[in-house]
Design a protein around this ligand. Structure first.
Ligand SMILES: [Zn+2]
Length: 208
């Protein structure tokens, strides 16, 4: 009897262990699937110094679900986020990240209150080498970022910061013909020049 109980106990233990292993396996698999969900090779924090010394170029697309702040700051994210980034050291040994990132978003036109699609495009020229840049008087040219305690840097968070800065302060249809308020008298940030004030009005008459 004791032997049977022992065997049952061992089987139960085995099953429990298997369940644990299965859960772990599933969690790993799920993470892997998420990682494969367009997370790309630059996920999380990267070793900028190493990538720059290896002169690495990355091109990819990141699933839009990783850009929650951007989603909350727009009406919707239409596309995933594309990026092309070059990690390198320049002639003076400054570690630089250069490239661009873009995403198609939906914004609300502040003229006609209708949604419209716009491409946010961020040009990136950044470095953490603040001291070196200052000694070269080049600090204005670069966006300075900080490395974490492990000398790493979260590239995706940075791309999101850059794209957030590209959202227009007052979104509106880029082409007037697309705007419901086209041709309305409300000019937006533009000065309407009356013919009588316009020095070229006389020329217009001549052309007729
Ligand atoms: Zn509009």
């Amino acid at each position: 009897m004791i032997l049977i109980l022992n065997i049952i106990g061992q089987i139960r233990k085995k099953i429990q262990n298997n369940v644990k292993i299965n859960v772990l396996f599933l969690l790993t698999l799920e993470r892997k699937m998420n990682d494969n969900k367009n997370l790309g090779p630059l996920a999380g924090s990267v070793d900028v110094i190493k990538l720059c010394s290896q002169d690495k170029v990355y091109t990819g697309t990141i699933d839009k679900s990783y850009f929650q702040r951007l989603a909350q700051s727009t009406n919707a994210l239409i596309s995933d986020v594309e990026y092309q980034l070059h990690f390198y050291q320049d002639m003076q040994g400054v570690h630089i990240i250069e490239g661009e990132s873009k995403v198609v978003v939906e914004l609300i036109c502040q003229r006609c209150s209708m949604p419209y699609q716009s491409t946010l495009c961020a040009n990136i020229l950044a470095s953490y080498d603040e001291d070196k840049l200052k000694s070269l008087k080049l600090e204005q040219k670069y966006d300075i970022f900080e490395l974490d305690e492990y000398s790493h840097f979260d590239v995706y968070e940075y791309l999101e910061d850059c794209l957030l800065l590209e959202i227009p302060i007052i979104p509106r249809h880029e082409l007037e013909k697309d705007c419901l308020l086209q041709g309305s008298s409300w000019s937006f940030g533009q000065t309407v020049v009356e013919d009588s004030d316009n020095p070229f009005a006389a020329l217009k008459d001549l052309i007729k």
